[in-house]
Design a protein around this ligand. Structure first.
Ligand code: NAD
Length: 497
């Protein structure tokens, strides 16, 4: 079979006006950090993009002081309508600078430009527009009249959707009347720093949002800071557990959005062509660096071989390469560490007896790359069926009955998302009802909307982001005590009920 050849179609980087060095964004200004510097590199070329400041404990303290001052003197005194105006302004500026943000995101993260341009950045604007609309309607958020903000929110985010995760955290926090200290991931600080410029353009009062860059130690300093009232974390389950332990017994509120190992269930009456696209989107979107990725494919036995064959043909057409090329489907793996983890777990998959397959694709010489990979003959006890790989690797299993599909889908320590493909609405509803997952897609996958709550069960974390529920994470009912007990340190199934 021959496929169309595409000429290179690289997006221009001329739209970027990057500085060679970035400081920390504290109290409305870029300031030098005192914790040293590090480089942010492009994972597709390994070339340095900019020098970034690492925030020390003292810098984090400065940021929290600025956030507290802004909360006491300005933000808590503004009406909801006025807070909303700032959020609308930020949303419009994100739209105005959309192309620049998309190019910066693809450069720093490695994701294809068509994803950052058509998914990440439009959703960032949508998140700010959505929560801007809530800012003067908090009485209707389900917490009674006059709910109150919590104070200073400390937020730590991962590298897979850098600007979108920032929007998920910052927009509801500000709409609810909190001020923010946020730390982007160390491998993807760039769009957060451009966002700081947007905040300046929007004339957001100084100190309302503070952006501190750095690695885990900077995140830990935010989490344990005594004047932070609310911690919101998105990242790995291991770090989430550590954070829960750190703040247990304090009066901080906590939201954890952690890992996942979602089942994508395809029944024999599913629209197969549509399902194939959904499977590809479920696991190869964003190189599989997606917490809710459909990384376990459960196919009804009677159509297993057909689905696998069609999937393999489809994968032959995926273009892997330059993230800035508009035709690229699968970009670079975000870091050398992540690539090593994907390689290790994939090798273990082979050793455990699963059958490994990848399409013929030439990978670029420099940078971090991993070909889309499918494992068949996978059993539920294999590590590739249990552990989050967080890469473009799909584990395929089969089932005979809906009950078996449900049992296999729920056989995971996680519970973030799931997908169901079937022609029958009644079957979709019956199966969805029994899946222990926070988000369930039917005949689609990896769709996000700011009005829809998102979050997990079990080791996928607790709390919800998005929608009215996402506001609840940044508000307390009027008159309630300032002391809100943090959840216990172990994330158990019981807690989710
Ligand atoms: P990670 O936990 O290593 O890092 C996440 C963030 O936490 C980074 O900013 C990091 O610097 C910081 N951090 C590291 N150690 C810390 C500590 N001790 N205290 C405070 N902060 C600390 O995760 P990662 O590798 O960056 O991201 C991948 C993980 O994130 C995956 O497991 C994925 O499933 C999860 N994720 C979940 C969601 C969700 O919404 N549930 C979304 C995206 C990613």
């Amino acid at each position: 079979m021959s496929f169309l050849e595409y000429a290179p179609a690289p997006e221009s980087t001329s739209v970027l006006h990057l500085r060679s060095e970035y400081g920390l964004f504290i109290d409305g200004e870029f300031t030098e950090g005192t914790g040293g510097t590090f480089q942010t590199i492009s994972p597709s070329t390994e070339q340095s993009i900019a020098t970034i400041s690492a925030a020390s404990d003292a810098d984090v303290d400065r940021a929290v002081i600025a956030a507290r001052r802004a909360y006491d003197r300005v933000w808590s005194k503004l009406s909801g309508a006025d807070r909303g105006k700032y959020l609308f302004r930020i949303a419009r500026l994100v739209q105005e600078r959309a192309r620049e943000l998309a190019v910066a995101e693809s450069l720093d993260n490695g994701k294809p430009i068509k994803e950052s341009r058509d998914v990440d950045v439009p959703l960032v604007a949508a998140w700010f527009f959505y929560y801007a609309g809530w800012a003067d309607k908090l009485d209707y958020a389900g917490l009674g009249a006059n709910p109150r903000a919590l104070g200073v929110a400390g937020q730590v985010i991962p590298w897979n959707f850098p600007l979108l995760m920032l929007a998920w955290k910052v927009a509801p926090a500000l709409a609810a009347g909190n001020t923010v200290v946020i730390k982007p991931a160390e491998t993807t600080p760039l769009t957060a720093l451009i966002f700081a410029e947007i905040l300046q353009q929007a004339e957001l009062p100084a100190g309302v949002v503070n952006i501190v860059t750095g690695a885990g130690a900077t995140g830990a300093a935010i989490v344990r800071h005594p004047d932070v009232n609310k911690v919101a974390f998105t990242g790995s389950t291991a770090v989430g557990r550590e954070i829960a332990k750190t703040i247990a017994g304090s009066d901080k509120r906590l939201t954890l959005e952690l890992g996942g190992k979602a089942a994508n269930i395809v029944f024999d009456d599913a629209p197969i062509d549509q399902a194939i696209e959904g499977i590809v989107n479920g696991i190869f979107f964003n190189q599989g660096h997606v917490c809710c990725a459909g990384s376990r494919l459960l196919v009804q036995e009677s159509i297993h071989d057909e689905v696998v064959d069609r999937l393999k043909s489809r994968l032959q057409t995926l273009r892997v390469g330059d993230p800035l090329d508009k035709n690229t489907d699968v970009g670079a793996i975000n870091s050398a560490e992540q690539l090593a983890r994907i390689r290790e777990l994939s090798d273990i998959g082979e050793l455990e007896g699963a059958e490994r397959w990848s399409p013929d694709c030439e990978l670029p010489e420099n940078g971090f790359w991993f070909a889309p990979t499918i494992f068949t003959n996978v059993s539920t006890s294999h590590r590739i069926a249990r552990e989050e790989i967080f890469g473009p690797v799909l584990s395929v299993m089969s089932f005979r009955t809906p009950a078996e599909a449900i049992a296999k889908a729920n056989n995971t320590p996680y519970g973030l998302s799931a997908g169901i493909w079937s022609d029958k609405g009644s079957r979709i509803l019956a199966v969805a009802d029994k899946l222990r997952a926070g988000v369930i897609w039917a005949n689609t996958f990896n769709r996000f909307d700011p009005a829809s709550p998102f979050g997990g069960y079990q080791e996928s974390g607790y709390g919800r982001e998005g929608g009215r529920h996402g506001l609840g994470a940044y508000l307390a009912p009027a008159g309630s005590s300032a002391v809100v007990v943090a959840p216990s340190t172990s994330i158990t199934k019981e807690e989710q009920r």
